[in-house]
Write a protein that binds this ligand. Structure first.
Ligand SMILES: [Zn+2]
Ligand SMILES: [Zn+2]
Length: 274
C-alpha cells in the first residue's frame, strides 16, 4: 500500500525547513499522495517578539498561506491543503487569534515545543531530578490547550521525550504521569479533537521498529478513552522526508484497532479507511 497522505510537513516558510511549497507538492504528487497538508510553524511567543532563530513569523505565515493558495491552482494528482502548526498557542493568545483569522485553514495542529518562558525542549539541559517538574508542567499546559480547544489535532504528544530519552539518555516511566496523561487524552476524546501519530520522518524504521515508537501507548490509550480521530504526519522539513513512516504507521493503527484516520478539509474531519 502506498503512503497516501501526509498531514504534517513544513515548507521553506518555516524557519527550519528547506523546500518550497511547490517542491513539496511536486514530491507528494510523485509519491502518489492523495492529500498533502502544509503546516508551517507559527510560534505564539515569537510572533510579536521576534527572535533571530525563528525569523519573521508574521511574514513567513502570510507567505505560507499565499504559496499554498497559489499552488492549489496547480494541476496535480495530490490535493494540497492549507494547514498551520500552532506552537504554544496560549503563550500569546492575541497572536494566536490573529493568525487564526488570516485565512480559512483546512487543518490546525497544536504543539508545545517549549514551556512558558523557557527554550524549546531541544535546547534544554536535562538532569534526572528536573524531569518530573518539566513533564508535569508539559502535560498541564497541554490540558489547558485542549480546554481552549481551537485546533483540530494535538501534534507530537511525545515531543519532550525525544530529547529527554534520546538525547539526554534519561529513562522516563510514563506510569508516573498516568493521571495527567489520561486527563489530556480523555478531554481530547471528549471534545472530538484528534491525536496525531507523528512518524518523525523516520522511515528507517521498518514496521517492527515502528512498533517501539513512543506514540503507540498514547494512541492505544486514546482509543480506550473513546478517542476517534487520528491524523498522520511525517513532520518532513524537506522533500526527501515527505510521507516517511506513514505506511508503517497505518499498519500500527490497524493493529491497535483503528479502522480509519482523518484528513481535515475546511477544519472538518474526513475519514480515510485504513
Ligand atoms: Zn512541532
Ligand atoms: Zn512540525
Amino acid at each position: 500500500m502506498k503512503p497516501y497522505f501526509d498531514s504534517h510537513c513544513h515548507s521553506s516558510n518555516s524557519f527550519d525547513a528547506e523546500n518550497t511549497v511547490e517542491e513539496m507538492l511536486a514530491r507528494a504528487d510523485k509519491l502518489g499522495l492523495e492529500y498533502l497538508t502544509i503546516t508551517d510553524h507559527f510560534e505564539a511567543p515569537c510572533y510579536y517578539n521576534q527572535n533571530e532563530e525563528m525569523g519573521d513569523i508574521p511574514m513567513l505565515i502570510r507567505n505560507s498561506i499565499k504559496d499554498i493558495k497559489s499552488q492549489q491552482q496547480a494541476q496535480t494528482g495530490t490535493k494540497l491543503l492549507c494547514g498551520i502548526e500552532l506552537g504554544e498557542p496560549l503563550q500569546d493568545i492575541k497572536a494566536t487569534e490573529e493568525v487564526l483569522g488570516l485565512t480559512d485553514y483546512d487543518f490546525v495542529l497544536c504543539s508545545l515545543h517549549n514551556l512558558k518562558c523557557m527554550k524549546d525542549f531541544f535546547w534544554l539541559d536535562y538532569s534526572a531530578d528536573k524531569i518530573p517538574e518539566l513533564l508535569k508542567a508539559y502535560f498541564l499546559e497541554l490540558l489547558e490547550c485542549i480546554q481552549w480547544g481551537n485546533f483540530n489535532s494535538l501534534a507530537h504528544i511525545t515531543y519532550p521525550l525525544r530529547y529527554i530519552c534520546d538525547k539526554a539518555n534519561i529513562a522516563v516511566d510514563l506510569n508516573e504521569y498516568k493521571g495527567q496523561i489520561d486527563e489530556v487524552l480523555s478531554l481530547l476524546a471528549e471534545k472530538d479533537l484528534a491525536l496525531e501519530f507523528n512518524t518523525c520522518r523516520n522511515d528507517a524504521l521498518g514496521l517492527s521498529a515502528m512498533h517501539s515508537c513512543r506514540d503507540i501507548p498514547f494512541l492505544k490509550r486514546f482509543r480506550e478513552l473513546g478517542g476517534r480521530f487520528i491524523t498522520l504526519g511525517s513532520d518532513a522539513h524537506k522533500t526527501a522526508d515527505l510521507a516517511k513512516g506513514i505506511t508503517g504507521a497505518v499498519e500500527i493503527l490497524k493493529d491497535l484497532g483503528y479502522k480509519e484516520a482523518a484528513v481535515y478539509i475546511k477544519r472538518q474531519p474526513c475519514p480515510i479507511a485504513l
